[in-house]
Design a protein around this ligand. Structure first.
Ligand code: ATP
Ligand code: MG
Length: 557
């Protein structure tokens, strides 16, 4: 396989191939599919495959199928079928009534096997799995032919029928394609195409005790559905000659064509189902949709939108060379998507009280605040203001460091959307921790009043304590330790102990009451947040931080 080739093929190399096929009359339409195996939840890599296949169908006025590749009964679960359908729909990849299950083609696959046997292109082999491996040879050594290779068509038909009838134990006999044991491509050295396996299938139950192998089943599935361009990832490049062989020898009138592209890898995240499964089973994460994962369900729960994932997939493009994409690029996309769409609210994550000593007692003033200064269409809201506020603990320093422009005794700052206040003093508990900050305000300086008397360097946000709503905020970092790499020496995952920080004592504006699962907002200065779909309740809101506001990541075009 030619990985890590320096070559970066243009974004449209698949489209160029399709254009050529259409121009040469190889096909007169485009039909694509996404063929997940229902053995886990989909992740960001699958999103790329889904959007690529769906996007091509759309671009060429063709159709897109969702097909479950459920030919391998051991690991498959109905739970996964349901989650996959939900994810594909959520991404906006419409498959309408074109939902298929490969297991519904078992009869056709069996018929194809019979056809191959009749043509002298397949034989029943009694070698054990280990012997088959030995006979296969390797890159340097040609393979050796099986002693069962020259069985007669009649004998093969009889034995294969007996395999199907359950006469043989698992592994006792297999059906193999008769191709070429000397082929430089090991996949062509008489590959196994059917095995005996007594397993109950989620769709066909115990109807079958023989199951087709992936390399045989997949081209047949594509051909049955009249797929034109069967897009898959690079590891199948060496399997393409076998794909073509199956399509040709099984005499399909609508031969599909396989095109490979590089898998999407992201830095510092876990995409392998094997690892995610382990994190779920070990209780390290809260299920497949834990917001620290990059399963589609997790990204949705975290607050990512289908639009942001589409933008991401477009930015990444399609390539023939394997590479890793910076996770920061995904964050860039969600920021871009939400920036103008979401109201900018005030929420205090680490509260400390601020008392305005010269502000009247028991007064609530409703200030007019623009929801998003960059997008007037989002309108305005009223935000209550009063004598006692919560501010962020880090916005006060009794003894300021250099270039600290926020609150410290004697300094004046702007309370965002409200007044200028000057810090006068603070109260402390017996351990010396600051408990309350005192200040005075200047009524002349009200935001929007046109006051131009003087300028201040710092602006801080706040919420009025008498109307504030207590909420929980969850902050996330990558689940693996970025600095040290993904895996420890023993192969275990190198987990980041700070991947989840739960802040239970946050205060948000009363305007956030009534927000529902998946609603998202910008909390000024703190990032974009999304209402958690599992744990948030009307009386106890829980927000996930989708992403912070700042990044050094830049798109260079
Ligand atoms: P994993 O290795 O994560 O378990 P998989 O390849 O086994 O994934 P499938 O359900 O077999 O998962 O994949 C369905 C489709 O998604 C296939 O066409 C596969 O090529 C594609 N796909 C899987 N992972 C990626 C990825 N990282 N980037 C792009 N496409 C992917
Ligand atoms: Mg797979």
């Amino acid at each position: 396989m030619e990985e890590n080739k320096e070559e970066v093929v243009s974004k449209n190399f698949i489209e160029q191939e399709i254009d050529k096929d259409l121009a040469e009359g190889v096909y007169d339409h485009v039909q694509t599919r996404f063929p997940p195996e229902p053995n886990g939840y989909l992740h960001i890599g699958h999103a790329k495959s889904i959007l690529l296949n769906y996007g091509l169908a759309q671009k060429y006025g063709g159709k897109f199928n969702l097909r479950f590749d459920d030919t391998n009964p051991t690991k498959e679960k109905t739970e996964f079928v349901e989650s996959i359908m939900e994810d594909v729909k959520w991404l906006g990849a419409e498959f309408d009534d074109r939902l298929f299950f490969a297991s519904n083609y078992f009869q056709e696959m069996y018929d194809c096997a019979i056809l191959l046997i009749k043509k002298g292109k397949a034989f029943v082999c009694d070698l054990t799995a280990e012997e088959i491996r030995e006979y296969r040879g390797d890159f340097k050594t040609p393979g050796k032919e099986s002693p069962y290779r020259n069985r007669s068509v009649e004998e093969n038909l009889k034995l294969f029928e007996e395999m199907k009838e359950g006469k043989y134990q698992d592994g006792e006999k297999v059906l193999r394609a008769k191709i070429d044991m000397a082929s430089p491509n090991i996949n062509m050295r008489d590959p196994v195409i059917y095995r005996v396996a007594r397993m109950t299938h989620h769709n066909t139950g115990d109807q079958w005790c023989i199951y087709p192998m992936y390399d045989f089943a997949h081209p047949i599935e594509d051909a049955i559905e009249h797929i034109t361009h069967s897009i898959c990832t690079l590891e199948f490049e060496d399997h393409r000659p076998l794909y073509d062989w199956v399509v040709e020898e099984c005499e399909f009138v609508h031969p599909p064509r396989q095109i490979e592209f590089a898998k999407l890898y992201l830095t510092n995240v876990i995409t392998g189902k094997r690892y995610i499964k382990k994190l779920v089973e070990d209780g390290i994460v809260d299920g497949w949709d834990d917001p620290r994962l990059v399963s589609i369900a997790a990204l949705r729960r975290r607050g990512y939108t289908p639009e942001s994932l589409r933008m991401f997939v477009d930015l990444v493009g399609v390539s023939k060379a394997n590479s890793s994409v910076d996770y920061a690029m995904l964050e860039y996309c969600i920021r871009e998507d939400l920036k103008l769409k979401k109201p900018r609210m005030m929420a205090i994550l680490d509260p400390i009280k601020l008392v305005i000593d010269n502000y009247p007692e028991d007064t609530i003033e409703y200030l007019d605040v623009a929801n998003n200064l960059e997008n007037p269409e989002l309108g305005e809201r009223k935000v209550p203001f009063g004598k006692e506020l919560y501010i962020e603990r880090e916005d006060f320093m009794e003894e300021p460091i250099k270039k600290y422009f926020r609150l410290f005794p004697g300094n004046e700052v702007r309370l965002m959307n409200a007044y200028f206040v000057t810090c006068t003093s603070c109260e402390k508990d017996e351990d010396g921790n600051v408990t309350v900050v005192h200040c005075t305000y200047d009524p002349e300086t009200k935001s929007g009043s046109g006051f131009e008397g003087r300028k201040v360097k710092g602006t801080i946000h706040w919420v009025a304590s008498s109307t504030a709503v207590q909420a929980e905020c969850r902050l996330y970092e990558n689940i693996v330790d970025e600095e040290k790499g993904k895996l420890n020496e023993d192969g275990s995952l190198n987990l980041n102990p700070n991947s989840l920080v739960i802040l239970k004592n946050c205060y948000v504006e009363p305007g956030l009451v009534g927000s529902k699962a998946y609603d998202s907002f910008q909390f000024v200065r703190n990032g974009f947040f999304c209402v958690d779909c599992k744990d948030s309740r009307p009386e106890q809101l829980v927000f996930n931080r989708i992403v912070s506001l700042k990044s050094s990541f830049k798109i260079t075009k």
